[in-house]
Write a protein that binds this ligand. Structure first.
Ligand SMILES: Nc1ncnc2c1ncn2[C@@H]1O[C@H](COP(=O)(O)OP(=O)(O)OP(=O)(O)O)[C@@H](O)[C@H]1O
Ligand SMILES: [Mg+2]
Length: 1019
């Protein structure tokens, strides 16, 4: 920003050396001489751009200047219009930024005479946007296609003329659409009035459209053979009229390559290009078609022609159509032969029509390729910049129908210009709260009306004359004009004129006093050109063509439709109306191109020529309107920042309101009331002189304000200060930009979160994963019983499961490593207990919760005799139990001792019963909280007296140990209601279990044993 400030207003500081950068600062703004002198001085310094307010005046340098590089583009990006030297990029950038900040469509109108640099300017603007605008990923190719449309349109629509080696022979409007981010997303081209007559005729020193020469020079031998063409352009009568087959400035061969490449970039299929070239070749062959007299005096074709083949039509049908005319009179068709000359002009009319329509097809095709893709951007978010590159005012030695149309177009543009300029001036005054002062200007409506008014205007008269039955000719048209328009202040003819004017006019001419000056038009050819007629039978032949482009251009409906198509001038008028509507709805910017000399030479500034253009472009008028009110206007902060050293109250800093600061400053400077006005945000200064005096004072003051008290130059402090502030601001802006980018990425990622991993969502998904893992690390469960686990994002479900499993296993392994052998044994038993009883027996939770002891009997509690009897079978576990008789259920206290292979029931000193584990059939317990258990014995064994009914206070522990030692874990039955047990010799006894308040074992009904088990609330 600091840098910009320093160069700001450089128009003022450097004004002596290279004139003024903005014509509004010219002291004598009414002087054409001063205007031209300013242009000349700047041009001499290689400064080709100068402003008139917001209008850019450009003088063709006719040499490559080093001012169009990418660095230059960067330099102009985002910088205020006035702060840096005038440039086409500054204008482009201003329009672009205005579009984005004010959300208004823009148009840039480029005008100037042939060779002044309009097309070059429009290309530079387009390139500026292509390089500096953000690129929409889906539309990366769009920029290429828009840029590549230029060489194609130039090959088919430009030609070497006397004034310009690459003269656009059609008017062009190109609209570029931008999305809400400011990226170009679509384009559209409108073309106006191609100069078709060039196809059949060129003035001396001029050429036909470039494409013909490019094809002959650049096409390879095979292609030329297919198209039956010879390389030498001199062989084609449509190319020899101007006697100028080659251009020194450009290579047709190279351009041919450029065009072919461009066609493929734009998306033309190979086949389409082939068809297009067939038409170009067909037109050349058509031009070589000659006519002669047949045996009966009729006109016939005397040359062999390849045209029919190439245009895809029937030889005899075309021959017939070129030599005859089909008329419909009173519903009857009549065919009349054409004479030799008529046939020639029918042939030329066909060539023009074919070429002209093909050109329109080409534009349509390009439009399809650059069109906005439906659905890519919401339509109401779209903004547009239009570029108008259209013929400027044209005054030739002989001016005909074409110049009439072109100048009419310029008259309309001038009307629009005045309207829009005044409107925007008025709006600015209004916005700033300054009274509007009426501006005197010439309203050219009167001339527009003269040309376009219904029934009375020149175009209406011309149409009427074309349609009028009977003998009509150009001369009768002129008479008609004299009748209807005689006396109009802007119209005069030889007959109507007075002596002096009459001398300067031909008898076949009429003169219009355009806003820019007088032009004489020769009426010869007006009727024909306006009619633009093609015999109906020729159209009929063409619409049957095998060449799809030709049959597309000549529609059957057109032949069927009896209504006469619109005349050329009316068509042009209607197109212009539409164009005015398009332009009128947008914010305009203007580029006015001037041509410094007729010789296309660098460094030559022909004052006469420039004066002529300044006049015809209405630049003085432009300046006058712009200067009518106030010459100079600036925002308060800019004005104060620059001139505050000139007033002690505002220096070095003004802390009050900006408006008050400016007011204090100008009062101190002694501005008179009529010299300035303060608006809401800007100061308006009427005369440049006031500003220059102020600027001179500032320059004089500089050395003085340069020193501050401690000897350190104040300006250095300011520079450092502003540098530092600038850096901080830039850092802040960078951070903000990055943050915005991050948020954007995040939102986009969120929208695409359910898609596969892709560039749109990668950032978001990565972030989600990362934060899940981070969160998980902090919240890992600390015990295997802890079942909490953070919910994973969809993309991590599988990984999360694996992680969970790994973590659990890890915890278990760690735990196991810590376990002592004793504890291990305990656990093994508990696991077995769990397998047997878990969820099946009421007392399990209580039982398993306690420590399982190695034995419930002390060593001394077991009788020594018993120990001796057991001998080597060591007692592994002993526990007191109660045995119930199978009959009568009498309880008897016993000890149950377990060895490795059997158990014994001991009554004090006596082993009462030995139970081999191998013989044990099963163990039954109840599902309640009692300690009853039954050991089932084999019943076929006579020695056994039946099953053993026991009670033990440690039933969970005991049964677990027994089942483990006997390897009978799977033989433990848990019975909910009752246990049936065997009494000797096949009889059965039953134990019934019920829940009650306390444990009780007693005889029940029907000889059953009834066990009441207390309720345990485990749950
Ligand atoms: N800014 C420029 N820098 C260098 N050369 C330029 C510049 N502008 C124009 N020229 C030269 O002038 C020639 C004519 O320019 P251009 O074709 O843009 O004219 P035009 O106004 O479009 O004319 P026409 O109305 O005939 O189409 C260009 O071919 C180029 O050689
Ligand atoms: Mg051009």
């Amino acid at each position: 920003i600091g840098r910009v400030r320093l160069v700001m207003e450089s128009a003022l500081t450097a004004r002596d050396r290279v004139g003024v950068q903005d014509f509004v600062l010219l002291e004598n703004y009414n002087s054409e001489a001063a205007f031209i002198e300013n242009l000349r001085r700047r041009f001499g310094e290689g400064l080709i751009y100068t402003y008139i307010g917001s209008v850019l005046v450009s003088v063709n340098p006719y040499k490559e200047l080093e001012i169009y590089s990418k660095q230059q583009m960067e330099r102009y990006r985002g910088v205020s219009f006035y702060e840096i030297s005038p440039h086409i990029y500054a204008l482009s950038d201003t329009a672009y930024r205005a579009m984005r900040t004010e959300r208004k469509d823009q148009c840039i109108m480029i005008s100037g005479e042939s060779g002044a640099g309009k097309t070059e300017a429009s290309k530079k603007i387009l390139l500026y946007y292509a390089v500096t605008c953000p690129i929409n990923a889906h539309m990366a190719t769009l920029g290429d296609r828009l840029l590549q449309s230029n060489p194609v349109l130039e090959a088919f629509g430009n030609a070497k003329t006397f004034r310009n080696d690459n003269s656009s022979r059609f008017g062009k409007y190109m609209g570029v659409q931008f999305d809400f981010r400011g990226a170009p997303v679509g384009g559209h081209i409108l073309n106006y009035l191609l100069e078709k007559s060039r196809v059949v005729h060129q003035n001396h020193g001029e050429r036909n459209f470039h494409i013909f020469y490019q094809l002959l020079d650049g096409g390879d031998d095979n292609l030329l053979t297919t198209l039956a063409l010879q390389r030498n352009p001199q062989n084609y009568s449509y190319l020899v009229k101007g006697n100028c087959p080659r251009l020194s400035s450009v290579s047709d061969k190279n351009n041919w390559k450029v065009v072919m490449k461009a066609l493929s970039v734009i998306g033309f299929a190979e086949e389409e290009v082939q068809k297009l070239l067939s038409i170009i070749a067909g037109v050349l062959h058509l031009g070589n078609t000659q006519f002669g007299e047949g045996e009966e005096g009729e006109t016939c074709i005397t040359t062999e022609t390849h045209a029919t083949n190439l245009l895809g039509v029937d030889v005899s049908a075309l021959g017939e159509a070129l030599t005859h005319k089909k008329l419909t009179a009173k519903g009857e068709e009549m065919i009349t032969p054409l004479n030799f000359e008529q046939a020639m002009s029918a042939r030329d009319a066909l060539a023009k029509a074919v070429y002209g329509r093909t050109f329109t097809w080409l534009v349509e095709k390009i439009n399809q390729s650059v069109a906005l893709q439906v659905g890519t951007t919401p339509y109401d978010c779209m903004l547009l910049i239009g570029l108008l590159d259209i013929y400027g005012f044209e005054v030739l030695q002989h001016n005909s129908f074409e110049q009439f149309c072109i100048n009419y177009c310029n008259e309309k543009l001038q009307q629009l210009f005045i309207e829009l300029t005044l409107r925007s001036e008025q709006e600015e005054y209004e916005a700033e709260g300054i009274a509007w002062e009426t501006v005197q200007y010439f309203d050219n409506k009167i001339i527009c009306d003269l040309i376009e008014e219904k029934h009375k205007g020149i175009i209406s008269t011309l149409d009427e004359e074309c349609l009028r039955p009977g003998e009509t000719c150009d001369a009768s048209f002129l008479e008609k004009l004299e009748d209807t328009l005689g006396g109009h202040p802007h119209f005069v003819t030889h007959k109507l004129a007075n002596g002096k004017t009459r001398k300067a006019m031909g008898r076949e001419e009429f003169r219009l006093l355009h806003y820019a000056g007088e032009v004489n038009y020769n009426v010869n050819g007006f009727l024909d050109k306006n009619n633009d007629l093609l015999n109906r039978n020729l159209k009929e032949v063409m619409c049957q063509s095998h060449n799809q482009i030709v049959s597309y251009c000549f529609r059957r409906e057109e032949v069927m439709d009896q209504k006469r198509p619109e005349m050329a001038a009316t068509q042009f008028k209607n197109n212009l109306m539409k164009l005015m509507e398009i332009l009128g709805s947008k914010e305009p910017s203007y580029v006015r191109c001037l041509k410094p000399n007729d010789a296309k030479q660098p460094g030559r500034f022909d004052e006469v020529l420039i004066r002529h253009q300044v006049k015809y472009l209405g630049l003085m008028e432009n300046l006058r309107v712009r200067r009518a009110g106030f010459a100079y206007r600036r925002r308060f902060e800019a004005f104060l920042q620059r001139y505050k050293p000139l007033c002690p109250e505002t220096w070095p800093n003004w802390h009050g309101r900006l408006a008050d600061g400016v007011s204090t400053l100008v009062n101190h400077l002694g501005y008179k009331a009529e010299e300035y006005k303060l608006g809401r945000s800007k100061i308006f200064i009427r005369f440049p002189k006031t500003l220059f005096t102020t600027e001179d004072a500032l320059q004089a003051k500089k050395p003085e304000i340069g020193e501050c008290k401690n000897g350190f130059p104040e300006w250095r402090l300011i520079t450092i200060q502003s540098g530092w502030r600038g850096m901080k601001a830039r850092r802040r802006a960078k951070r903000r930009r990055e943050a915005a980018e991050l948020i954007r990425k995040f939102i986009k990622g969120f929208i695409y979160r359910h898609e596969d991993y892709c560039p749109e969502n990668e950032y978001f998904l990565d972030h989600v994963r990362y934060s899940f893992l981070k969160n998980l690390r902090k919240n890992l469960p600390r015990s295997v019983l802890d079942k909490t686990w953070p919910t994973p994002p969809p993309s991590l479900v599988e990984a999360s499961e694996n992680l969970w499993r790994m973590h659990m296993r890890n915890m278990v392994v760690k735990y196991c490593k810590r376990v002592q052998p004793e504890w291990r044994k305990q656990m093994i038993q508990k696991v077995a207990a769990s397998e047997i009883f878990k969820d099946q027996k009421d007392s399990y939770p209580q039982g398993v919760g306690r420590l399982f002891l190695d034995s419930r009997l002390e060593r001394e509690q077991i009788n020594l005799k018993v120990v001796q009897t057991l001998g080597s079978d060591k007692v592994q576990y002993g526990v007191p139990v109660v045995k119930y008789d199978r009959r009568g259920f009498k309880p008897r206290p016993r000890q149950l001792l377990l060895t490795n292979t059997f158990a014994v029931l001991v009554d004090k000193t006596k082993i009462k019963q030995r139970i081999d584990y191998a013989a044990l059939r099963g163990i039954s317990v109840s599902s309640l909280s009692d300690g009853m258990f039954v050991l089932h014995m084999p019943n076929e064994d006579n020695k056994q007296k039946g099953d053993v009914v026991l009670h033990c206070d440690h039933v969970i522990e005991l049964v677990t140990k027994l089942a483990m030692m006997a390897s009978k874990v799977n033989y433990v039955n848990i019975n909910p209601g009752s246990i049936t047990f065997a009494v000797a010799r096949g009889k059965e006894g039953i134990i019934d279990f019920v829940r009650g308040s306390e444990l009780k074992v007693a005889k029940g009904k029907r000889g059953h044993l009834l066990v009441i088990a207390p309720q345990i609330n485990n749950i």
